[in-house]
Design a protein around this ligand. Structure first.
Ligand code: GDP
Length: 445
């Protein structure tokens, strides 16, 4: 058969597709008969049935015949990431975006109090009629710059999101009460932040307390390889008091300075994508979800997919409680219009139309199911085989022992069996039983 004449490349319409795509879905996205598509594949030497998954490069060969050119897939941020699509980033369109900050630390060291005082002193939303509401994140403005804070403190929430594929945080503020010093959950928080490669700024809190001991905290930090700047290291330690407000501006100043160095950038003109940070059913509004836009701009009317649900955005509400029409990079908004509830940490993405939303969700479910079916359960035997074949270069471990003394003994023994071919890295070690946080960390790592 003669090949179907391809239109000139310039005339091809761009087509955004999921990473894993069946012949059926590809045909549907282009609005062509699946049989025609199968024939086109055959002309190019590929035999497919309707429900077979086509690799992106192969799919790209077939689409020009139907007037489409496939947009390149975005680099997968993490293996197994469910980000399904995306246009290539045009560097010239990138603009600075606010940093996204999470507060971690031991219980009662002042995480919630710090979040409150930061929020009260600098809220962006002075919008008329708006009642500040907790939607899971908020933005503050300091000296003309914005910062976004995630409102659920603690490393469990942080790592739970990571375990679902989301890296929502740019900088972690580690709160250490100066009177109490480093506690077990402080160490956990440090390990969780390090496992995520998120830089740490220390807020040495409760400095107003008479028994606050700054030197001790710095010494303890040094022992955990977080050497304070004033001691020649790289870790910024800001003395604060959530009660008196001392040091809060200093903290914000330091976060902004770090953000400037790290150059967070986004393209406000593209379709939005980001992460769901909270979701709930509202009696009157139905399923609502707070999403953090990580790139692009989200608009009322956009079709979005989030986790394995989708919908058309009916309304958006800011952290200041007012309705907004759009939300740009690093802005958290509550959205109305999803079919059901996504989970915290689910990735969301705006797509061109209803049809692609349906197909994308379908493909995401398929991909998830596929990953669930094929992800091997971890066993030492399997790990050992992979080490011997040279496939496994690094073995990450979380070590839980009865007492501190055994941790050191086991770590020591492990270091002796690390070889040039395979490194053993202890991501977190502590005395005590295995906690949910440990399991999340293992899964996210
Ligand atoms: P979280 O568990 O880390 O969120 O800690 P909270 O923010 O709930 O604070 C625990 C307790 O410490 C509360 O009673 C706070 O009022 C108190 N607190 C927090 N920050 C400070 C501070 O800077 N100085 C003093 N004196 N008390 C504080």
């Amino acid at each position: 058969q003669p090949p179907v004449a391809s239109p000139l490349v310039e005339e091809l319409k761009p087509l955004k597709v999921p990473a894993a795509l069946t012949v059926h879905s590809l045909a549907e996205l282009m609005g062509v008969d699946a049989v025609e598509l199968i024939k086109e594949f055959m002309r190019r030497g590929f035999m497919f049935t309707v429900n077979e998954v086509v690799e992106h490069e192969v799919a790209a060969l077939s689409t020009p015949a139907f007037g489409y050119s496939l947009l390149p897939l975005e680099e997968e941020k993490e293996p197994g990431s469910l980000v399904v699509s995306g246009e290539e980033e045009d560097q010239s369109l990138l603009v600075a975006r606010p940093p996204v900050v999470t507060i971690l630390g031991h219980v009662d060291h002042g995480k919630t109090s710090l979040l409150d005082v930061i929020r009260k002193s600098n809220v962006v939303a002075k919008e008329a009629g708006g009642i500040t509401q907790h939607i899971g994140a908020y933005q503050v403005e300091y000296k003309g710059n914005r910062l976004t804070f995630l409102d659920t403190p603690g490393h469990e929430a942080f790592t739970a999101m990571r375990a679902r594929g989301a890296q929502a945080t740019d900088i972690a503020v580690l709160v250490v009460a100066a009177d109490d010093g480093i506690m077990p959950q402080t160490v956990e928080a440090i390990d969780h932040a390090k496992a995520a490669s998120v830089p740490i700024v220390v807020a040495m809190n409760k400095m107003d307390r008479p028994n606050a001991d700054a030197e001790r905290v710095k010494r303890q930090l040094s022992e955990l390889n977080l050497l304070p700047e004033e001691w020649g290291g790289e870790v910024i330690v800001v003395p604060t008091s959530a009660t008196t407000g001392t040091g809060i501006e200093d903290l914000l100043e330091n976060l902004l300075a770090m953000a400037e160095v790290m150059e967070f950038r986004a393209d406000p003109l593209r379709l939005a994508h980001g992460v769901a940070i909270e979701a709930r059913i509202d009696k009157n509004k139905g399923p609502t979800a707070t999403v953090l836009v990580q790139d692009g701009t989200l608009h009322v009317g956009d079709r979005v997919i989030a986790g394995d649900t989708w919908g058309r955005i009916k309304a958006m509400i800011s952290d200041g409680g007012t309705r907004v029409q759009e939300a740009g990079p690093a802005v958290p908004v509550e959205i109305l219009g999803l079919g059901s509830l996504p989970q915290a940490g689910d990735l969301f993405e705006a797509v061109p139309d209803d049809k692609s939303a349906k197909i994308f969700v379908e493909e995401r479910r398929r991909l998830q199911e596929h990953q669930r079916m094929t992800s091997p359960t971890f066993s030492l035997e399997a790990a050992s085989t992979r080490i011997q074949s040279g496939e496994l270069k690094e073995l990450l471990l979380i070590l839980k022992c009865d007492v501190q003394g055994s941790i050191d003994a086991v770590k020591n023994a492990l270091s002796k069996i690390s070889s040039d071919e395979t490194q053993i890295r202890v991501v977190h070690a502590a005395a005590g039983t295995v906690t949910e946080g440990d399991v999340l960390l293992a899964s996210a790592s």
